[in-house]
Design a protein around this ligand. Structure first.
Ligand SMILES: [Zn+2]
Length: 392
C-alpha cells in the first residue's frame, strides 16, 4: 500500500511506522480527548429521527387519545411519551439511548518510575455508526426501523512488556482490524453478539499474528465499545475495565492470570507449566504472570491471544467506565477505584467550570491516589462519563 510518510494509515506491515509513534501515548490521527464531541451529532440524529416520526404521529393521531399538540412543537419528553403511546403498543421497553445525547471522556498516562513507557491508549470517538439493534440487539420500539442510527465509540488500553512494540502496534491497528472483520461478516453472521465475538476475536488474532512475526515482547489488550444503549468489552491480560452503576461496581473484564482455575487447566493441557516465583507470583513457564496476551510468541500455545467478552446493556444508573493498566489496579481494588471515581465525578460535574473536564480531573485523581499508594509502574487511566453534565 502506497502512502505518505506521515500518514497514520500507511501499511501496518511497514515497521518504520512505529518509530513515528514511539514517543506517543495516543495514536496520532485520532481525536485523543474530547468533551462529548459526539453530542451535537447525536442530537442531530435525534432531530432527524423526530422528523421521520412526525409522519408516523400524523398518520396515527386520529386513533390516539393523547394530546392534540402538533408533533413538531413537542418537547423531547412529550415526544418520547407520545412515541411510546402511538408507536409501540406491544413493546414496553424504551431504549436508554433516546435519553442520552452523548458521553465525555478524559485520560491520563504516566511513565512512573520505570525506564520506559510501554503503555498505549486509544480513544476513538465515532468509531462506527449503526442502528442500536444492529450493534447491541436493542429491542426497543423503532430500533428495527433504522431510526436510531447511533454513534459507537472505541476505547483501548494496551500495557506492553518486553518493549513497547506490541502495545504500539495494538494501539495502531486493532481498531482497524476489528472494524474490517465486522463489515466482512455482514450477511454471514446475523446475531449481533455472535458477530461482535467473531469480529473482535478475529481482530485480536490478526494483530497477534503480525506481532508474533515481527516483535519479541507482548501486551495486554482491553477494548471497550460503547453505543447509546450497549457496552461491549473485550480483554486479553490484566488491564481492566469497570462500570460504575449506581453504588455498584461491575467488572467488565476478568484478569487472565495463570493461577485462575480454568486458565491453569488450559495451560496444563497445552503442555505448559505454571511456576511460582520467589515472591509468590505464578508465571507461565516461570516467565509471564499472565495467561493471555497479544504477542509473546515464545510462550505460545500456553499463552493465547483469544479475548473474553462482557456485554452489558446500559441503564439510567450508569455513571462512568474506567479502563486502566495494572499500575492502577495493583494498588486500588475495582470497588475502591469505582466508588472513588463515581463519587468524585458526581461532585465535579456540578462544580466544574465550563472549561474544565470532569473526566480528566477524575483520571488525574485516580493516578495521584495510585502514586500515593506506592505504584511506580507505567500507569494509564481512561474515564468515560456516561451521563455528562446537561445530558441526564
Ligand atoms: Zn437502543
Amino acid at each position: 500500500m502506497a502512502s505518505s510518510s506521515n500518514s497514520p494509515d500507511k501499511d501496518p506491515k511497514n515497521l518504520s511506522v512505529h518509530n513515528e509513534f514511539k514517543k506517543q501515548k495516543i495514536v496520532p490521527g485520532l481525536p485523543a480527548v474530547g468533551r462529548g464531541v459526539d453530542r451535537a451529532d447525536e442530537k442531530k440524529m435525534c432531530i432527524g429521527r423526530k422528523k421521520q416520526l412526525i409522519t408516523l404521529f400524523q398518520s396515527m393521531a386520529s386513533s390516539s387519545n393523547s394530546s392534540n399538540k402538533d408533533p413538531e412543537n413537542l418537547s423531547d419528553d412529550e415526544f418520547e411519551e407520545r412515541q411510546i403511546v402511538l408507536g409501540s403498543p406491544a413493546v414496553e421497553e424504551m431504549c436508554i439511548g433516546r435519553r442520552n445525547f452523548g458521553l465525555s471522556w478524559g485520560f491520563i498516562t504516566d511513565q512512573g518510575g520505570r525506564k520506559h513507557m510501554e503503555d498505549r491508549i486509544v480513544l476513538y470517538p465515532n468509531f462506527m455508526s449503526m442502528k442500536c439493534d444492529t450493534f447491541g440487539g436493542c429491542t426497543a420500539p423503532k430500533s428495527e426501523l433504522g431510526l436510531d442510527e447511533s454513534l459507537v465509540h472505541y476505547f483501548g488500553v494496551f500495557d506492553g512488556h518486553g518493549g513497547d512494540e506490541v502495545s504500539d502496534y495494538c494501539a495502531y491497528s486493532l481498531h482497524k482490524a476489528v472494524k474490517k472483520e465486522w463489515w466482512q461478516s455482514e450477511g454471514l453472521i446475523n446475531e449481533w453478539m455472535e458477530r461482535w465475538q467473531h469480529s473482535l476475536t478475529k481482530g485480536y488474532e490478526k494483530v497477534n499474528k503480525v506481532c508474533e512475526m515481527h516483535f519479541k515482547g507482548g501486551s495486554t489488550a482491553v477494548v471497550v465499545l460503547i453505543s447509546t444503549c450497549q457496552i461491549i468489552a473485550a480483554n486479553c491480560g490484566d488491564s481492566r475495565a469497570i462500570l460504575c452503576r449506581g453504588s455498584h461496581t461491575i467488572p467488565l473484564t476478568k484478569d487472565h492470570k495463570p493461577d485462575r482455575e480454568d486458565e491453569l487447566e488450559r495451560i496444563s493441557k497445552s503442555g505448559g507449566r505454571v511456576v511460582k516465583d520467589l515472591w509468590g507470583t505464578m508465571r507461565v513457564n516461570g516467565n509471564l504472570a499472565m495467561s493471555r496476551t497479544i504477542g509473546d510468541k515464545h510462550l505460545k500455545p500456553s499463552v493465547i491471544s483469544v479475548p473474553e467478552f462482557t456485554f452489558v446493556k446500559r441503564n439510567q444508573e450508569d455513571e462512568c467506565i474506567i479502563i486502566a493498566s495494572d499500575g492502577l489496579w495493583d494498588v486500588l481494588s475495582k470497588e475502591v477505584a469505582g466508588d472513588m471515581a463515581c463519587k468524585l465525578l458526581q461532585q465535579v460535574r456540578i462544580s466544574a467550570r465550563p472549561d474544565e473536564l470532569p473526566t480528566q480531573y477524575v483520571a488525574g485523581h485516580l493516578l495521584s491516589k495510585a502514586r500515593s499508594r506506592s505504584s511506580t509502574d507505567n500507569l494509564s487511566v481512561i474515564v468515560i462519563d456516561l451521563k455528562p453534565k446537561g445530558t441526564s
